[in-house]
Design a protein around this ligand. Structure first.
Ligand code: EPZ
Length: 421
């Protein structure tokens, strides 16, 4: 099992090229199943989760070709299966996103229920509620969802009980081929949902209210494949901005989309960073200063993203002052805290809030990654801890961060991948 060996040291300085967004690429790749012809999807990040999604599409009978620039052509004109097996879904929950497209296109789908994961139970009841509202017969048996519709799905009004990103995406992908009008109320407004809408519209879908909490979809008979470029990854970008901030350094993130990151940029400014935004880049400079502690409360977009919570807990752990970080989206997303405390941080958990007293220094110690974003918070802490920190189970990181060693080395980080048992 691979590990990362990180030597804490000076200020990070340099440029990072932001990759395509994992959480936009995954629903967009699933949506290629809706078209009866090929789509070319570019700016797809080279990540394990993307590989898993491509393998799933291939197993359903879609034609898949990848060129040297990671532009992926998917042709779903002839599918041979409507079954997404447990073996694939268990490794990547977002595989569940093929359910809506398969049901809409073929009237049948058998998709393994995604298990819970480290950060929470993560049920899919809202996805199933939406499909049932559109007339699908839903049976859950032996760990699988069996969905069927007699003829075309019927447009329906769906009100989400809570804001759910993939729930909105799955129901949206079913609605675009349904007969008549659907509305999705209390819809997720995350930029990745908007990116999916733009791709669907490019394929011929009719969607109003893009970017709002109410999506109005008028179903069409068919969608045709279309080229699309995935949006930049706002979480990866935010993570590298924090990497520079925690070390007092400076970084320029290129190929970024600042207007999807306002809540994070505001908090970095409050921590003392100078931020300059251009059309497709963000520059941060700390001028060698120690960050100031900032309070965080996660919320659905445009609020502060839960996927940046662990990174700011790391930043606050060495900041000047005390802070409170409250996680409102997932019930168990503080597993990085005990690992950070092993590095010398002073953090207590009080319900869904981490109470952090910034310390002057962290010291290297062996730690273990537990989930995707938590693992990078350990990387951030290791970049400022005195000594060499060995982080175990970094397969979590490889799921969500492309070329992490190269990107960190590019801004002066001392990172080495250690292959081990
Ligand atoms: C998406 O997960 C992201 N994943 C997550 O990113 C992200 O943390 C999350 O949205 C919140 O922004 C992808 O887009 C592939 P939810 P998703 O449905 O859609 C509850 C990462 O690190 N809920 O918005 O699965 C659920 O339990 C990952 O890249 C139900 O109760 O999250 C949670 O408490 C981690 N029933 C809350 O809603 C449902 O049917 C939000 O979950 C659906 C969700």
């Amino acid at each position: 099992m691979d590990k990362l060996l990180i030597t804490g040291g000076g200020e990070l300085q340099g440029n990072v090229r932001v990759s395509g967004a994992k959480n936009a690429a995954l629903p967009i790749l699933a949506a290629t199943l809706l078209a009866d012809g090929p789509s070319q999807i570019s700016n797809v990040p080279h990540l394990h989760d993307v590989t898993t999604m491509i393998a799933l599409l291939g197993s359903l009978g879609a034609g898949v070709t990848v060129d040297e620039s990671m532009t992926i052509e998917i042709d779903a004109s002839e599918l041979t299966s409507q079954r997404a097996p447990y073996e694939l879904v268990k490794t990547m929950r977002a595989s569940f996103l093929v359910l809506g497209p398969l049901l809409a296109r073929f009237g049948a789908a058998e998709v393994s229920l995604p298990g819970g994961c480290a950060i929470g139970a993560r049920p899919v009841d809202q996805h199933l509620k939406g499909f049932a509202a559109m007339g699908a017969q839903i049976d859950v048996k032996d760990g699988y969802v069996f969905a069927r519709s007699d003829g075309r799905l019927k447009g329906a009004r769906v009100v989400m009980d809570m804001v759910t990103v993939t729930g909105t995406e799955n129901v949206l992908m079913a609605a675009v081929l349904a007969e008549g009008r659907s509305t999705i109320e209390n819809a997720a407004r995350e930029p990745e949902v908007t990116d999916l809408c733009e791709y669907l519209i490019a394929m011929g879908a009719r969607i109003e209210g893009v970017g709002s909490d109410t999506l109005i979809i008028d179903g069409v008979e068919r969608l045709t494949g279309h080229p699309y470029t995935v949006m930049p990854d706002r979480v990866e970008c935010g993570t590298y901005l924090v990497a520079a901030a925690i070390t007092g350094g400076r970084v320029k993130c290129t190929h970024a989309r600042p207007n999807t990151m306002s809540a994070v940029l505001d908090k970095l400014r409050a921590a003392g960073a100078e931020i300059v935004e251009a059309d497709d880049s963000i520059s941060l400079d700390m001028y060698g200063a120690r960050p100031k502690a900032v309070d965080i409360r996660t919320a659905p977009y445009p609020g502060f993203p839960t996927d940046m919570q662990a990174q700011f807990v790391a930043l606050n752990s060495i900041a000047e002052g005390a802070s409170r970080v409250t996680e409102t989206i997932f019930e168990n997303r503080f597993m990085h805290v005990q690992e950070l405390n092993r590095l010398g941080a002073d953090i207590q958990i009080d319900g869904n809030t981490a109470v952090i007293h910034g310390v002057d220094r962290l010291a290297a110690a062996p730690v273990m990654a537990t989930d995707l974003r938590a693992s990078f918070s350990l990387v951030l802490a290791a970049l400022v801890a005195e000594g060499k920190t060995l982080i175990d189970r970094i397969y979590h990181i490889d799921r969500g961060y492309e070329c992490i060693e190269e990107k960190l080395a590019g801004i002066g980080g001392e990172v080495q991948r250690v292959s081990g048992r």
